[in-house]
Design a protein around this ligand. Structure first.
Ligand SMILES: Nc1ncnc2c1ncn2[C@@H]1O[C@H](COP(=O)(O)OP(=O)(O)O)[C@@H](O)[C@H]1O
Ligand SMILES: [Mg+2]
Length: 316
């Protein structure tokens, strides 16, 4: 398992994030009091933000950073966790430097958590240990990132994290940031081959919103094809992902649920029953929907999925 300092790629755009960086700066600047849960839809920039932040913060103060990416390996999770943890604690205490433990992609644990009672108990014990490290003993900062807000919430409710955890949402870019980026392609993305107009950017925003990964993807296609074509095939592709996902025995129930997102972009948890919840949480796991644990609401995973869902139900 990698626990090295993360390295930020220099060749990709990094837009704004001043507010988020300031928030993290404040969190690290204070005595450890709570675990920080960074949540936000898939590819909303959580990992990139953490890299950027740790790089900046490391220059200002002595941090002992342990970065565990759970998606990279799942072997010896607990052993690695604990090893990294005790290293953090030991070194931190010795040299008086601030230990920071970052656990990225927590959702990688969700299968063992749901399916295996023994593993679940271990994970809960680990989280309770994190409470002791932060809220009770103030020994280390612990930041946990995940795009599966539903799973995050499950771990939160199952352990004694109440009042010992803070949630912070890292969302896709806002429209203003997207405008700034795409009207200045040379500055941010080193693209000289073409320029986009304000109308073009509006179209991209309508198709994928502030989803940076998708914007980058679209930009790469624009070297070969006109914008309208690229966007149309983009929505078509998301639609086909939904079609493929729906080939299940529960297709009718799934369609009934997804229909709710045709006219609205949110579905509050209080409006659904336990059977529906199971289907919805699977759609969260498969990154079709996003669950916001602080609002207890389901959303389509970004604008492209909202459009894909609409395209799925459109009879033509
Ligand atoms: N502030 C930003 N500006 C532009 N692109 C970004 C920014 N943050 C992230 N990205 C891009 O978005 C994509 C997803 O980011 P990532 O950090 O992996 O998301 P997450 O960890 O939330 O799934 C990457 O391609 C990354 O380069
Ligand atoms: Mg990530």
């Amino acid at each position: 398992m990698k626990t090295n300092k993360p390295v930020l790629r220099k060749d990709v755009a990094f837009i704004n994030r001043q507010k988020e960086l300031a928030f993290l700066g404040e969190y690290i600047g204070e005595k450890p009091e709570s675990i920080l849960f960074l949540h936000g839809p898939k590819s909303s920039g959580k990992t990139t933000l953490l890299y950027k932040f740790l790089e900046q913060a490391g220059k200002k103060q002595d941090l002992d950073i342990k970065f565990l990416n759970l998606r990279e390996t799942l072997t010896n999770v607990y052993e690695d966790f604990l090893k990294a943890f005790f290293n953090v604690q030991g070194e931190g205490e010795k040299k008086g430097i601030q230990p920071v433990l970052v656990i990225d992609e927590l959702q990688a644990l969700d299968k063992v958590y749901i399916d295996n009672d023994k593993e679940r108990q271990l994970i809960i014990a680990l989280f309770n240990f994190f409470v002791a490290m932060t809220k009770e003993r103030h020994l280390a900062h612990i930041i946990i990132a995940s795009s599966d807000g539903y799973f995050l919430n499950t771990v939160y409710t199952d352990s004694r994290l109440k009042k010992a955890a803070k949630f912070y949402k890292v969302d896709y870019l806002c429209k203003e940031d997207v405008m700034d980026w795409l009207l200045n392609l040379e500055k941010y993305s080193k693209i000289k081959a073409y320029r986009l107009t304000k109308e073009d950017v509006e179209k991209i925003w309508d198709a994928v919103g502030g989803s940076m990964w998708e914007i980058q993807d679209i930009l790469s296609y624009l070297f070969q094809a006109p914008l309208e074509e690229v966007l149309a095939s983009y929505i078509k592709r998301i639609r086909s992902l939904i079609v493929t996902y729906m080939v299940k025995s529960e297709k009718n129930e799934l369609e009934r649920l997804l229909r709710r997102f045709i006219d609205s972009d949110e579905l509050p948890q209080e409006e659904i029953g336990p059977v529906e919840e199971k289907l919805l949480s699977d759609m969260v796991r498969q990154n079709i929907l996003y669950f916001d644990p602080t609002e207890a609401k389901y959303y389509p995973q970004g604008k492209s999925y909202q459009n894909g869902i609409r395209a799925y139900f459109k009879k033509d």
